[in-house]
Design a protein around this ligand. Structure first.
Ligand code: DWN
Ligand code: SAH
Ligand code: ZN
Length: 409
């Protein structure tokens, strides 16, 4: 473990680096052959704060390089996720949004996967997301959106135009924002005195438990634990009043924050915090074990792919995820081992995967003809994808997974 002199982005404490993935490309920068010469790389290193335990990247990629007009991730691309957000919308409508003229702001609304339900129910809402391609899809679905980055100044403008919010919600977005002080100050401005700030993000506990190292990439700047979220909330005058484990994206936690003293914390907060404490997630020994497991995965995966190639087997990739950038580039997997990756997202078709330059083809390419093996990069959608691709199994195809360790299904 190398000990840099870096400071925690949220509390200023000392950051202890625990894994270095080397130079990495932007995870969602799918390329045309013309783009290759100007491909952008950054140093992907992750550390844990010795003071507040917040796990974070040590280098910040400028936000406009990641989130812009051509941001390719469409949240509605998974039936499981559509259902997940539909359920949440219903729950919010029945609870926090059941008063008179409620108002909800969503940070990182993407294509409107959640807010379209709120809009359908006729509830006042506003999405904020800087990625114009996806926000246009949300607008076409009847969602009100500001195509911009949420931060303190934007919150001030929203408050002036729309008044205070009952709920500020974000999924898979707060962990993408290095400048959390500004976000919290914005939330503090915009939220009603008794309002709630609810956000859900990959949990570091699940990452450690599943060795899901591919959750680590440019966009995922922070990796939250209950403890680090509590520390951050407290510093900003908030308090964690509820926490719920979610099964999506390989294990997440939904945090509910309120201003300090305004709501009584649920029993779940104490239960989950106690369970988390036992895991000692930011301890050097835990992080060293994780680092060793990641190195083993790299060795086992490259060896497996090389052996299969030597045997003349065909292996293709499935799911051109942001996560896969870390896997392919850290493991050195290129078109020689995986000739193409199948994916349902039109914006990724015909493009090359960042760094590895493996071509992305439509999902139908899996059957042309079925390969012997498919490496499942979208392992978080395994159930949905395997159900959809039963013909591949029936043709004798097998799935390769690499978390928590390399195995074949
Ligand atoms: O945090 C983030 C999450 C929410 O989304 C962002 N930083 C970026 C993105 O991460 P990701 O690309 O790793 O997300 P997913 O949801 O694992 O991506 C799944 C990919 O697989 C998409 O490109 C769509 C594709 N897919 C498919 O080809 N067939 C997905 C499903 C469900 C399918 O059936
Ligand atoms: N909530 C969706 C989208 C997650 S992808 C889901 O769970 O599927 C992350 C999203 O955050 C992207 O759409 C990106 O454009 C957006 N984003 C990044 N920084 C942001 C910021 N400062 N304010 C608002 N949205 C932001
Ligand atoms: Zn810290």
């Amino acid at each position: 473990m190398s000990q840099g002199n870096l400071a925690c982005r949220v509390c200023g404490g000392r950051l202890a680096e625990f894994f270095d993935f080397g130079r990495q490309p932007l995870s969602d920068a799918f390329l045309t052959p013309d783009d290759i010469d100007e491909e952008f790389f950054y140093q992907l290193t992750v550390g844990a704060c010795e003071s507040c335990t917040m796990v974070q990247l040590t280098e910040e990629v400028p936000r406009d390089r990641m989130f812009h007009e051509d941001y390719p991730y469409h949240s509605s691309g998974s039936a499981t996720m559509r259902q997940h957000f539909e359920q949440l919308a219903k729950h919010l409508i029945d609870t926090e949004l059941s008063g008179r003229d409620p108002f909800i702001v969503e940070i990182g609304c993407n294509d409107g996967v959640m807010l379209r339900q709120i809009s359908k129910a006729g509830i006042r809402h506003l999405g904020v997301d800087p990625s114009g391609g996806v926000t246009r899809l949300a607008m076409a679905d009847g969602v009100r959106v500001l195509t911009d980055f949420f931060e303190e100044s934007l919150a001030e403008a929203v408050l002036a135009d729309e008044g205070p919010a009952d709920v500020i919600y974000a999924a898979n977005t707060i962990c993408h924002i290095p400048y959390l002080d500004s976000v919290f100050r914005g939330v503090d401005l915009l939220l009603k005195p008794d309002g709630v700030f609810i956000f859900e993000d990959p949990s570091f506990g699940d990452i450690i438990e599943r060795n899901s190292f591919d959750q680590i990439y440019d966009e995922h700047f922070y990796f939250f634990t209950l403890r680090s979220v509590q520390a951050m909330a407290e510093r900003m005058g908030f308090e964690l009043v509820d926490a719920e484990r979610l099964p999506v994206h390989g294990g997440e936690i939904r945090y509910t924050l309120a201003r300090k003293g305004r709501r009584r914390p649920s029993a779940r907060v104490a239960e989950l915090t106690a369970a988390e404490r036992v895991l000692d997630l930011a301890a050097p020994a835990t992080l060293e074990r994780f680092a060793a497991a990641v190195r083993n995965i790299r060795q086992d995966l490259t060896r497996l792919l090389e052996d299969l190639r030597a045997e003349g087997k065909r292996v293709v990739g499935y799911g051109a995820t942001a996560k896969s950038a870390t896997v392919t580039n850290y493991c050195g997997i290129g078109p020689g081992l995986i000739p193409y990756v199948c994916d349902t997202t039109p914006a990724k078709h015909g493009k090359l995967m960042p760094g590895s330059h493996i071509p992305v083809l439509p999902a139908e390419a899996l059957a042309e003809p079925f390969p012997d093996y498919a490496l499942l990069f979208a392992w978080n959608h395994a159930e949905e994808i395997m159900a959809k691709e039963q013909a591949f199994r029936e043709a004798g195809g097998r799935w390769i997974l690499y978390t928590p360790k390399v195995h074949i299904l």
